[in-house]
Each structure stands twice: as C-alpha cells, then as structure tokens.
Design a protein around this ligand. Structure first.
Ligand code: NAD
Length: 257
C-alpha cells in the first residue's frame, strides 16, 4: 500500500460515502486526517480514524476559508493533501423544464465549494502538496436529465486543470477523480438510477467506495508526483464506450418488434 505516513489531509464531505471511505483509507495508510462536513462528524471521525471533524457549509466561502484554517491548526502543521469532495446530486428535469434556481443550488456546492477549496486550500497547503477534487463521469458525457449536475462537475474538471497550471510553480498537484455510479447514501441500492447504471456499465455493476478510494490514495501519495491536471475516471468502463448489456437490450427490444 502507498504510504501516507507522516502526512496530513483534510477531506470535505468526509462525513459519509466516498469522503468517509477516503478518510478511512488515508488514516489506514498513516496520514493524520481531518474531515470537514455540514453535520457533527465526531463519531464518524472516530470510526474512520480521523483525528477531528470540523463543521462547515462548503457552499459558503467564509466557512470554507475558516474550516481550512482550523484544519491546519488542529493538525498542527500545513496540509499535504486536500480533498474537495462535498457534493449533491441532481437528476430530473430536462433543460427545457429546469430552473436557474436549481442550477444555482447545484453549482453552489458542487462547483463553488471546489472553487473555494482551490482558492483557500493553497494558503494552508505545503509546497509539493496534492489537491484532489471529486468530479464525476457525468462531467464527461451527456445524460438526459443530468444537465445541471453534469455542468457543475464539468466545471470542476476545468477548475482542476486551471489550478494545476497555476499551482505547479509551488509543486502542488491538482487532479480530479471522476467516479461512475458508486453505492453511497447519494446512490442507495433502491435508487431508480441503479438499473440504468448497471446496464450502461461495461463491468455490469455499480461500484463500491472500496473500489474508488484507491484512486484518491494514489493521487495523494508520492508515487503520483508527476501527475497533475488529470481527470481520472473510476467508473467500470462507462466512458470507454457502449456496454454489451446495452447492445443486448437494444437487440432484444428490436427482436420483440
Ligand atoms: P454522500 O451524499 O454520501 O456524500 C456527500 C457529502 O457531501 C456528504 O458528507 C454531505 O454532507 C456533504 N455535503 C453536501 N453538501 C454540503 C455542504 N453544503 N457543505 C458541506 N458538506 C456538504 O455521497 P457520495 O456519493 O459519497 O458523494 C461524494 C462526492 O462524489 C460528491 O461530490 C458526488 O457528487 C460525487 N460522486 C458520487 C457518485 C456516486 O455514484 N455516489 C458518482 C460520481 C460522483
């Protein structure tokens, strides 16, 4: 396992799902970890091996700036790794029926929170540190009814690339992870998207948090020190192309007339 021994990390949205699993993985690899989330995350921090939980609404610029300063103070040193992971889902209306109010709500957390992390994170990060943003495969493809979520995550990939070139002189790397469909509280097994996700995925199944944390671990570790500005899909092959399951479903429908 790539060692994170002696390293420090802060993870937004660390109180559940992918963020909680990343916190647990980083702690198991030797890092001292702080989670940042909207709720009281003290029990979750204890469970995942994080040393503290800081409360913040990451859609608020002031609260992100404050939480990152607090993370540095709690850790007693500057950060090696910042994971901007807090996010919300949004599915439903096609663009014709979507509202600007909802688009703003989705951008406030999925995009602006990452922007605040990229603006204030470097003030508390060591030179040579690593920032990892959670985007999504939805950023890489058009899916009917996903326009707001997809746009908010595509902006995350763009911000990742811009920050990578701006922070390169300090040796700070900035990358994005693009999960496919992963079982978390955002995507429980009874979510209506699950059958579609299974069919679209060439590997034929929804992923688990255990199957995505390795990408974060690698991007945090020294082994990835020449990688920056990348968006890494961890998606069972969804963006690679059309799954056999989809072709078979189309063929079955065609045969049925
Ligand atoms: P989740 O709902 O378990 O986790 C989301 C986390 O973000 C929670 O801890 C939540 O409290 C936090 N959060 C939301 N709004 C916040 C705010 N305003 N301030 C602070 N924290 C806030 O879901 P997850 O699946 O673990 O999602 C983690 C990230 O992964 C999100 O950015 C999500 O968009 C992305 N993602 C998830 C999937 C999936 O299939 N689960 C796929 C692609 C991308």
């Amino acid at each position: 396992m790539f060692s994170l021994s002696g390293m420090t990390a802060a993870i937004t949205g660390g109180t559940s799902g992918i963020g909680e699993a990343v916190a647990a993985r980083f702690a198991a690899a030797g890092a001292r970890v702080v989670i940042i989330g909207r709720r009281d995350g003290r029990d979750i921090a204890r469970r995942s091996g994080a040393i503290a939980a800081i409360r913040a609404d990451c859609a608020s610029e002031d609260q992100v700036a404050r939480a990152l300063n607090e993370a540095r103070d709690v850790l007693g040193q500057e950060l090696d790794v910042l994971v901007n992971n807090a996010g919300v889902e949004n599915t439903g209306p096609m663009i014709a029926d979507a509202t600007a109010t909802e688009l703003q709500r989705v951008f406030d957390i999925n995009t602006f929170a990452v922007f605040y992390g990229l603006k204030y994170g470097p003030l508390v990060l060591k030179d040579g540190g690593s920032i990892i943003n959670t985007a999504s495969v939805a950023a890489l493809m058009g899916i009917p009814g996903y326009s707001q979520y997809s746009a908010s995550k595509a902006a995350v990939i763009s911000l990742t690339r811009s920050a990578a070139v701006e922070l390169a002189p300090r040796g700070i790397r900035v990358n994005a992870v693009c999960p496919g469909s992963v079982f978390t509280p955002m995507l429980p097994p009874d979510h209506p998207e699950v059958p579609l996700a299974m069919q679209m995925c060439p590997l034929g199944r929804v992923g688990t948090t255990d199957e995505v944390v390795g990408a974060y671990h690698f991007l945090a570790a020294a082994e990835s020190r020449y990688i920056t500005g990348q968006a890494l899909a961890v998606d069972g092959g969804i963006v690679a192309g059309v799954s056999l399951g989809t072709l078979e479903a189309v063929a079955t429908k065609a045969a049925a007339g």
